[in-house]
Design a protein around this ligand. Sequence first.
Ligand code: PGA
Ligand code: MG
Length: 244
Amino acid sequence: MQDLSRPSSAPVPAPHPANPARALRFHAVGFDLDGTLLETAPDIANALNHALRMAGRPTIAFEQVRPMIGGGAKRLLAKALAGDGKERVPAETLDPLYAELLSHYEANIAVETKAYDGLMPALDQLAEAGIAVGVATNKLESLARHLLDQMGMLDRFACVIGGDTLGTQNAKPKPDMLFELQRQCGGGPAAFVGDSIYDTGAARAAGHPCVAVSFGYRTQPVTELGADAVIDHFDELIPALSML
Ligand SMILES: O=C(O)COP(=O)(O)O
Ligand SMILES: [Mg+2]
């Protein structure tokens, strides 16, 4: 039926722009979680500092915690307790504090955590193009699912592989989690997007092209991660994937 409410001189709406994700060669795109999809460092730092307080140790400034994230919370706590890194922390000290950190984090997992700018439109474009997306994080799988659920994002991902899903000995930078993500996303060519050396290491070992985000957590310059492309904003993700 003719729309009589629109005057004949009204501009015709522009056609929906073509979705560049439809031209990608990948069947699946995997994402790291901390420092890639979500800025989780404030809530992680709060949980770490809670555990340090329980141990009677000095807390660590947020800016110092950020680059320490990437290898999982247990490694983060061990690094924080080790101070200059020379002190080896015995399991009987580490394990109860790790339990404290986890329970504080679980109860306060999405207080200050935020999705990075442009993430949702990029995920929308991938979904509209029929490309499966999954998460491979060194976080415990249960915490990763809980966090994504709290952020209202869990149903966007075909799978969530955590640092413990295949056994912690197979966590990134081993390639296994990326192979599992690829399998659960239905197979076919897959790319990976991450923020740290754990991610680029896993992608290289899996033979998956890799995009590094410059806004995440790492100790070295982003150009030294060995990624195939670097992006500063999620608006650049699909153009970057199209070059790989
Ligand atoms: O929790 C961590 O230390 C790492 O998590 P990520 O693999 O999602 O960066
Ligand atoms: Mg990360």
